[in-house]
Ligand binder design. Structure first.
Ligand SMILES: NC(=O)c1ccc[n+]([C@@H]2O[C@H](COP(=O)([O-])OP(=O)(O)OC[C@H]3O[C@@H](n4cnc5c(N)ncnc54)[C@H](OP(=O)(O)O)[C@@H]3O)[C@@H](O)[C@H]2O)c1
Length: 311
């Protein structure tokens, strides 16, 4: 039997519970993964909040979208993966479990220099950030405004944009400004007057903007500062984003899911993290059974860095 975290109803973290279930044997194209760490993302609590629908037929609903672990069994029609391989799996629906069936096609090798928690929290934010810097063509000579730069996706965007040779101005609460400086961004506080503060820092030369927050403040500031709306993207503010005709990235009406660009980025992101060219800042680790506590911490924005669950 394996322990898995499920939501038994739609609502807040109180609906989460741990149940025991036989994961079964891997089918064609699948492997059985012994999970060592699962990344916690806002999508996890959104998935059972009711915000994405409340069909009772989907209950109990498994939680989590990314994990790292050891391959314990390999199904038919799988090439290039063996029992004992240490891997990262993303997307991996239902990742909050101690064992998990996943498609072999979503696996990339875990670099030995990356610890399990970093590996489990790398790819959902990493692939999203990769999509964002690719879609906005960030490169040398750019000044990029990143909203939510201290968050999971934002910190990845900062690091990837810096690697591509861009200057980065990042918004964050003042308590996170030192962290942004360490990542290579120039920090700026969000809140009233944001546009003027960014103008002051950039001399009016912001060439691209990536929003990971979704507020009107972030989106309106971005279009006020960036002359070309094709170089403004949001992963979180789709309603306002559609009104402003900027790029919307991810899953949602009118958004570009970037399936191929994200899939192609996974192996490269793992290599970059393994070489310490990008870093996953793990802020807190919770036991699988404490998934509800982990979600409350994430929802309250009280911790900096990635939250990770371990079995
Ligand atoms: N479309 C996609 O493909 C996709 C993929 C991944 C995530 N997402 C979504 O993107 C969002 C961010 O995800 P994440 O994993 O980066 O979350 P996160 O780690 O919780 O980061 C969010 C950041 O937003 C900042 N923030 C909070 N309130 C703010 C405000 N009023 N103004 C400006 N900044 C504020 C916080 O930084 P400070 O405390 O420093 O202010 C926080 O670090 C979520 O809504 C998530 O669901 C979308």
């Amino acid at each position: 039997m394996t322990r898995i975290v499920v939501a038994t109803a739609y609502g807040g973290p109180d609906v989460l519970t741990v149940v025991a279930e036989d994961p079964g044997d891997p089918g064609p194209g699948q492997v059985l993964l012994e999970v060592r760490a699962a990344g916690v993302n806002p999508a996890d609590w959104k998935s059972y909040s009711g915000a994405w629908g409340d069909d009772p037929a989907r209950l109990p609903l498994r939680v989590g979208f990314e994990a790292a672990g050891v391959v314990r069994a390999v199904g038919p029609d799988v090439d290039g993966v063996s029992v004992g391989d240490e891997v990262i799996a993303q997307p991996a629906r239902g990742a909050y479990a101690d064992r998990l069936l996943v498609k072999a096609s979503v696996l990339v090798p875990r670099p030995p220099t990356l610890d399990w928690r970093e590996a489990g929290g790398l790819l959902l934010t990493g692939t999203t950030a990769w999509h964002a810097v690719t879609a906005t063509h960030v490169g040398t000579g750019d000044t990029v405004l990143v909203h939510g730069a201290s968050g999971g996706v934002g910190a990845m965007v900062v690091q990837l944009a810096r690697m591509r040779g861009a200057r980065v101005i990042g918004t964050a609460s003042t308590g996170n400004h030192d962290h942004l400086t360490e990542l290579g961004a120039q920090p700026v506080a969000h809140g009233p007057g944001l546009e003027d503060r960014v103008r002051g820092l950039s001399n009016g030369s912001v060439t691209a903007a990536i929003d990971t927050v979704g507020t009107d403040e972030a989106l309106d500031t971005s279009v006020a500062l960036v002359p070309d709306r094709r170089r403004v993207a949001t992963i979180a503010g789709f309603h306002r984003g559609a009104q402003l005709r900027i790029q919307m990235l991810g899953s949602g009406p009118g958004a570009d899911p970037g399936t191929q660009v994200r899939a192609d980025a996974r192996r490269r992101l793992a290599e970059l993290a393994g070489d310490r060219r990008i870093k996953v800042h793990v802020g807190a680790t919770f036991h699988l059974a404490d998934a509800a506590k982990a979600h409350r911490a994430g929802m309250s924005n009280s911790l900096r860095g990635k939250i990770v669950l371990v079995p």
